[in-house]
Each structure stands twice: as C-alpha cells, then as structure tokens.
Design a protein around this ligand. Structure first.
Ligand SMILES: Cc1cc2nc3c(=O)[nH]c(=O)nc-3n(C[C@H](O)[C@H](O)[C@H](O)COP(=O)(O)OP(=O)(O)OC[C@H]3O[C@@H](n4cnc5c(N)ncnc54)[C@H](O)[C@@H]3O)c2cc1C
Length: 335
C-alpha cells in the first residue's frame, strides 16, 4: 500500500495557495485511486491547518518564513522522514521547485517535476508530463520508492474538504550556516496594477497591432492602453502579450506602459491556463499560438481575414477594428 505525503510551504498568512490546494486535490485523488494512506506535511513562518484534514506534520517559525534553500530543504527533509512516505506530492510553485529535488536527494528518492496527470493503470501509478514546451506528452511510471512528484497548476480541482486534524510539530535543527541567505525584499514588475491573474476565467492577449499606425495614418497608443485596462478592470481577465508587443520597448517605440516580458505568451513565453481567450491586434503566428495550448475557447479580433487565427487557430475570428470592437465591449460591460 502506498503511503502518500502531501508536502507544501504555506503563504505568509499561514494558509495554502490555490496551487497548493490543487496539489492536495491531486494527492487525495491518488489516495482514492490507490487505496493508500495520506498524511500532510506543511512548513512556513506560520502554519494554519484550517484548509486540510487528517494527520499534519508541521514545521513553523521565523526561520522558515522566507524562501531560503537551506531552511526549506531541512524542513522538507524532516517532514518526509517523519511521514515515511513512498509517494510525495507537492505543488510545482517556484519556492517548492527550487528545493524539491534537493529534498528528494536527501531522502534517496526519485523525482519528477511539472506533472500534469496521475492515473493508475494495472495497479501502477502512471504520471503524465509535457516535454519540448508542451509539444510532446509522455506517460511514465517508476518502480522505485520514494517517488517525489511536483504538480503543475491548473490541472486538478482544489481540495475543499477541511476536517479534523491531528498536528505533530517537528523542529529541524537550524544553525547559523543555514541562515546566511536573507531575503531583503521582493522585486515585482513595476506595474500600477496586477495584470497577470492565473485564476481568471479569461485571458486577453494584446498584439503589436495596438501600437501600429491605424487607418488615419497615426498610432493611438494611449487610447489602446485605456481600452485594454478598461476591459481588464471590467472583465477581471488576465493580460497576455505577443513577443512583438513586449519587444517594442527595446526598439524605442511608444509602448503600453503596463506590459512586460512576464506577460508574453508563446514558445518563448508563458503557457497560461484559462477557460477562454481573446486575442486582439495579434496575428496568430505559430510561435505565439503554441502558448494557447491550454486555452479552451479561443476568439480573436483582426483586420486581416487571412491572419493566423483564420487558419484553424481560433474558434471565432472577428474581422474588425479592435479599437471599435473593444470600445463597444467595454460599453456593454459597463451597463
Ligand atoms: C524562435 C521564435 C520564438 C518566438 N516566440 C514567441 C512567443 O513566445 N510569443 C510570441 O508572441 N511570439 C513569438 N515569436 C514571434 C512570432 O513569430 C510573431 O512574430 C509575433 O507573435 C507577432 O506578434 P503580433 O501578432 O503582435 O504582431 P504582428 O505580426 O505585427 O501582427 C499585428 C496584427 O495586428 C493586426 N491589427 C493592426 N491593427 C489592428 C486593428 N485596429 N484591429 C485589429 N487588428 C489589427 C494586424 O492585422 C496584424 O495581424 C517567436 C518567433 C521565433 C522565431
């Protein structure tokens, strides 16, 4: 019988992020499919247990508040050893991903990252993982244990069954050599408001066309910025960009001030997951559209009836002026 450990850091509030709750959902799914046992291991500055149920091994305290390799690895190692698990499931957050393989090495375990599916076939656990920027999908299994598996965001339902907990506090030894790295602050993109929202239902992607000369022979960048920000505010959509639009900054052209390379979707950008997507003033070239792999319903607005979206890349293409369309959309959303 598999003994499963769900392992995660907490957020500054002591609670689990949406991504961590999805990975916990995956661990519960696995327990149901394998008939195994599930325990929980949490570490952080504060550890709250109101979102989980069952046996919780907890490491908390000021030394574990910041994302620091030495202390996170010590916490993870002690939690894994206390649980004695054969399978360890964790969210592939940046904090967890930095330290997960190190914890696996300390526990003599195998590790697979960015897993996007868990199945049981012929009584063996089979994980699904993407390769080559989501072009190839592989199914893999391993006989050796312990097996550490980190789960990508947006794949599993969040765990929503908090219940009774039994908490066992663990206190890994922390010495001065482990505290040499200190977090002095967080640098986030200099944007007036948060435009990247992984949990939004819809993604709005802006292309370079917003900054190009329009029918009157002039560009209308300020107007474009108002229309885009207005739509984001009213719809709650997340903001994506094409590479061309974010690259314009380096070319000295007038740009949308709130757009950074972090917004870029595509082969050399992000592969976000949202239910719906709307692209405007974006041509729909393959290196961009490959980033839309996990967008289920796709629409685009383009003046060019022969753009890439028209060639099977969108469910609906509006051949129209995006300035006019988005003005109308914003009006309708305001009503
Ligand atoms: C190795 C490699 C990796 C790459 N990686 C990425 C990547 O990760 N992401 C990415 O995005 N690109 C990537 N690219 C670049 C990609 O091939 C395209 O060049 C880029 O996506 C084009 O951006 P765009 O559609 O915004 O701009 P453009 O191609 O300039 O298209 C602008 C569009 O706006 C439309 N338009 C203009 N005005 C209006 C209006 N008023 N209303 C409606 N439509 C209007 C035009 O008809 C046009 O179709 C990569 C390229 C290579 C070679």
């Amino acid at each position: 019988m598999e003994k499963i450990l769900f392992l995660s850091h907490t957020e500054a509030t002591g609670r689990l992020s949406a991504h961590a709750l999805e990975a916990l959902g995956a661990a519960v799914h696995l327990r149901e499919r394998t008939g195994g046992e599930l325990v929980i291991g949490l570490f952080g500055g504060r550890v709250e247990t109101s979102q989980v149920s069952g046996t919780v091994f907890s490491v908390s305290g000021e030394a574990f508040a910041a994302s620091r390799y030495a202390t996170d690895a010590a916490a993870g190692e002690q939690l894994c050893k206390a649980a004695g698990a054969t399978l360890v499931i964790a969210p592939a957050t940046s904090r967890m991903s930095r330290v997960f393989s190190g914890i696996a090495a300390r526990c003599g375990a195998c590790v697979d990252s960015h897993v996007a599916g868990l199945q049981v076939k012929d009584e063996a656990l089979v994980v699904t993982r993407w390769y080559y920027r989501q072009r190839l999908q592989a199914e893999m299994t391993r006989a050796s244990r312990p097996w550490f598996i980190s789960i990508d965001a947006g794949v599993f339902e969040q765990f929503k069954g908090p219940g009774n907990v039994i908490v066992e506090q663990i206190s890994p030894a922390v010495d001065a050599s482990m505290m040499r790295t200190s977090v002095t602050g967080i640098q986030a993109p200099a944007v007036g408001e948060q435009t990247i929202k992984p949990d939004a239902t819809a993604l709005f992607v802006a292309g370079a066309g917003w900054t190009k000369k329009q029918a009157d022979g002039r560009s209308h960048v300020a107007e474009a910025a108002d229309l885009i920000l207005g739509f984001l505010k009213k719809s709650g959509a997340s903001l994506g960009s094409t590479k061309s639009l974010v690259d314009l900054q380096g070319e000295g052209q007038e740009v949308l001030p709130f757009m950074t390379h972090l917004n870029q979707v595509g082969q050399t950008g992000a592969t976000p997951r949202h239910q719906k997507g709307l692209a405007a003033c974006c041509h729909g070239e393959e290196p961009h559209v490959v980033g839309w792999r996990f967008i289920n319903e796709r629409r685009a607005i383009n003046l060019d009836a022969n753009c890439g979206w028209a060639r099977g890349k969108a469910d609906v293409l509006y051949v129209a002026d995006a300035f006019q369309v988005m003005e109308q959309v914003n009006k309708l959303l305001s009503e």
